[in-house]
Ligand binder design. Sequence first.
Ligand SMILES: Nc1ncnc2c1ncn2[C@@H]1O[C@H](COP(=O)(O)OP(=O)(O)OP(=O)(O)O)[C@@H](O)[C@H]1O
Ligand SMILES: [Mg+2]
Length: 666
Amino acid sequence: MSAIAQLAPSLLRVLLVGSQEEDFFLIREILERNRVSLPANLDHARSIDEAKEMLTQSDYGLVLFQHETGDAAVNLLSEFAYSRGAAPFVILTEHADENAVAEIIQSGASDCMDRSQLNGANLVRTIRCALRLHSTQQQRQAAEQSLRKLSCAVEHSADTILVTNGEGIIEYVNPALESITGYSLAEIMGENQGILNSELQVPLLYRELWETIRVTDGARSLAVKRKKNGEVYYAEESISPIHNADGKITHRVYNGRDLTERLRIEAELVQSQKMDAIGRLAGGVAHDFNNLLTIITSYSELALDSISAGSPAQSRVQEILSAAHRAAELTRQLLAFGRKQPQALRVAELNPVVGSIVRTLNRLIAEDIELVFQPGADLGRVRLDPVQIEQILMNLAANSRDAMPQGGRCTIQTSNVQLDQEYVDRKRAIIPIGRYAVITVTDTGSGIPTEHLPHIFEPFYTTKPSGKGTGLGLATVYGIVKQNHGFVWVYSEPGLGTTFKIYLPCVPDRPAATVVAEAGDNEKFSGTETVLLVEDERSLRRAAVEFLSLRGYTVLEAQDGLEALSITRTHASPIHLTVTDVVMPQMSGGELARELERLRPETKLLFLSGYPGETVVDHKVFEADGNFLQKPFTLNQLARKVRTVLDHQPDMIANATTQSGASLRC
Ligand SMILES: Nc1ncnc2c1ncn2[C@@H]1O[C@H](COP(=O)(O)OP(=O)(O)OP(=O)(O)O)[C@@H](O)[C@H]1O
Ligand SMILES: [Mg+2]
């Protein structure tokens, strides 16, 4: 029970410590006589040890020490002060002079009184004074302790705390604010709190904020602040006023949390979700478009075959064909961005692939631009599709060219890096650690303004005049890199040029697949074998049948897998090749392939699909990409592919598709 609570009406327990019995009887009698004004009872400890025992067992509101207990009394009390809150104590002195009294008070006693003065009025007054003094001391101690705790909380808070006076002049900032803003307390004290405003928010917003503070006595906002070094940071901030007794605002407390990192991560997430969504949309549109384009090109080619050379109709159909090719090129870019581009993957060294592409880049780059290739040593092998690497390099080189109208240098380097946890932490990126082969393309061009950087990989984002750029170049690069489980970084400063870094994950060493070139363009892609064509799209099937028949093949046609199986069962002569669409009603190309494998294991297979290679792999219909032709294709490409598949063993035709033209849009 606290001493102040014992001032009135409850019973005060007093302990007398000392060996003089007559004092005990006298004090007990006095207390009994004054029971009404000071209800109290008295216990007696004859020695310090006994007192210790009794203080341990019971709560006493006051301890009276007889003079002879001396220093031992003080020691005893301080011992109890730590464990259960010291009771006030009064020392009964014997003929003490002023110095002795001062010493006693100094030692921590609440009061002292001379034994010769021991009467009712004096004792009650002394006890009351001692209790009051002790209570005040305890309140002060509690207040100090709580102040210490609060100040410790403020000093150690990870949130920023800033206190201003009523006029907005800074009186205090905590260490968190010092470390975020770079201002020390000494530097910022006395400044107006507006020193941290970034001025990036409209003045109306500041006015509204102050109005809210005025009306509602507090406000919460997302503030854009500026550090000492000029950098901007975002803080969620609450402002609360401190009033004096008259209700006047004397101070304001600004409590803030730095949200910069969280907002950055959220923005990255939104950006990648946006890219994914656009990618899916673009990929879906491109896929459907591919089927239509295949029909257009096929019939244009057939029409060309039946039109006499040099006639006006021939040049018109050729126009249709070349427009369809350009459209096919666009869908290729969209598929690439949507990461749905069919891939002809193989494990390869990067340097020979990049080296041979760089040689062809000269035709793209103006003469006043110096093109330098610096192959790195000991590069890890990567799983790549050379056509895709070509698309990446051509798009990056075309951008560099456009950024250097007055000439300059474009450097293409390859290197080997091992990304460890420390790197990932430093970059604050979510990327798998491991070994990567890096292609770096650097130019000495105009650079990219900071505000454009977050958008350059978005499809159709271009800063070039209309007709000059479609904004699909970097979207293509981005899609391809993501499809290959790599990542791309750009470093650029206006006026200082641009560097793109493409990181491709290395694969553990194993022998590269044999690459067999497709039949050359000058060969006649004709034959006399029997080909079964399975395609549910009637127009496309008709065009392909007609074209392959013109090339000398015996063509059997089926509109779906079931019809194909029945032909396979009933056809009396050999079927050398089955060309089948992958996604069809009733039975997929994969299921058909498994049945054919059983019925006619000697029949070779060629898959056609408007879906990406990956999807085809998901359908588990082909392992090597050599027996796959991506729609849209031209009939000539079909004939070439048919010939290639017929002429080679399945494991020898891996990657044959890599020879078909790479895209370049510029
Ligand atoms: N090396 C570079 N130097 C300066 N700016 C660049 C560079 N690479 C890209 N950019 C900027 O990024 C934008 C987007 O590039 P992207 O390749 O996606 O489209 P584009 O070049 O404008 O058009 P497209 O490639 O479809 O012809 C460009 O318009 C340009 O502003
Ligand atoms: Mg471009």
